[in-house]
Write a new protein. Structure first.
Length: 340
């Protein structure tokens, strides 16, 4: 039996979405210690997967387990999802679950674990390499993207790509914290029982692919040049030096620039209601920078362990002001990868 536990990740944005440049995408992100996905696997003669909470079948984990069993050429596995990340809120739940299932099954069968090599066959790493990198080593990470001529506006078929190379990685200071404002999500955005508004899930699957095609086809190359300047002159030096104020300022600028690419696809620089939450958090003294992770709706802010309580209160106030039910967490960055 083997157990694998991995933290969520924040996706700050991409280095380039324009077809006019040689490399497309290039993710920028941060590994988080929490929330986590935890998976236990044991050898079996078939494939089965369940949730530890209630023992109900877990179809998504079963799908990844079937892929893993085929890739590893083993008879089967019994998989239990002990903890899971909230789905489609911008925290990388799909990649972390897929890799955790694969790694747990491999280890349960006493096989080597190479999640980077397996990720494409699991359908992961097709655009950003941040999820795979955070699973492997954690930290603040920038990946090198994909050759534009290879990817154009379509992802290749599952398994027909390699995960983008990591071009920069830095450990972040232990006293840094990220406050997460995570609106409750539904498929429809219906009102919750207490009258607060639930929020539509972040884009995923075919909907995400279609939105990305639209964004890439119209992305302005000049914005990529601006992102590159902020990344190389401000963000990377700040990460290397542990300069929180400079890091936060650069993150906020990259979020704004990325949002200009996505404005038509998501209804603004930040998708509703993330925009209202961002605007509220930007006024909080305890928070240095604010952004939207991936397609949202999760909004994050950079703070410190000393200011954690004030940051938590500010995030709760921001959710309330936006009329959203939701959860607030203050978590540390993870400078290590998944625990096996």
């Amino acid at each position: 039996m083997a157990t694998v536990s991995a933290g969520a990740r924040l996706h700050v944005g991409f280095c380039n979405l324009s077809l006019a440049h040689e490399r497309l995408y290039g993710g920028i992100g941060v590994a988080l210690a929490e929330p986590r996905v935890t998976v236990t696997a044991e050898p079996a003669d078939d494939v089965r997967a369940k949730s530890a909470a209630g023992g109900d079948p877990d179809p998504l984990a079963a799908e990844y387990a079937s892929l893993a069993v085929d890739l590893l050429d083993v008879p089967g596995a019994g998989v239990t999802v002990d903890e899971r990340l909230p789905r489609h809120v911008g925290l990388g739940s799909g990649t972390q679950l897929a890799l955790a299932v694969y790694a747990a099954i491999a280890r349960a069968h006493d096989l080597d674990v190479d999640v980077r090599a397996a990720a494409p066959d699991l359908g992961r790493g097709g655009r950003s390499g941040i999820g795979v990198a955070s699973f492997q080593r954690g930290g603040f990470v920038v990946d090198g993207g994909h050759p534009t001529a290879r990817f154009t506006t379509e992802r290749p078929a599952r398994g027909e790509w390699t995960v983008p190379p990591i071009v920069a990685r830095h450990e972040l200071p232990e006293d840094w914290r990220f406050v997460l404002a995570i609106p409750d999500v539904t498929a429809s955005g219906d009102q919750s029982a207490d009258g607060d508004r639930n929020v539509n899930r972040g884009r995923h699957g075919d909907d995400e692919d279609a939105a990305m095609r639209t964004v890439v086809e119209s992305a302005t190359p000049a914005v990529a040049d601006q992102v590159s300047a902020v990344l190389t002159r401000r963000l990377l030096p700040a990460a290397a030096q542990g300069d929180r104020a400079a890091f936060g300022s650069a993150i906020a600028e990259i979020e704004r620039l990325n949002g200009s690419w996505y404005a038509d696809a998501q209804g603004g620089v930040f998708r509703p209601p993330a925009g209202a939450i961002v605007e509220s958090l930007q006024t909080a003294d305890a928070i240095d920078a604010v952004g939207q992770s991936s397609w949202g709706p999760t909004v994050y802010g950079l703070t410190t362990d000393q200011q954690a309580n004030a940051a938590r209160d500010a995030a709760a106030t921001a959710l309330e002001a936006a009329g959203c039910a939701g959860t607030v967490r203050v978590v540390r960055p993870a400078n290590e990868g998944a625990q096996l």
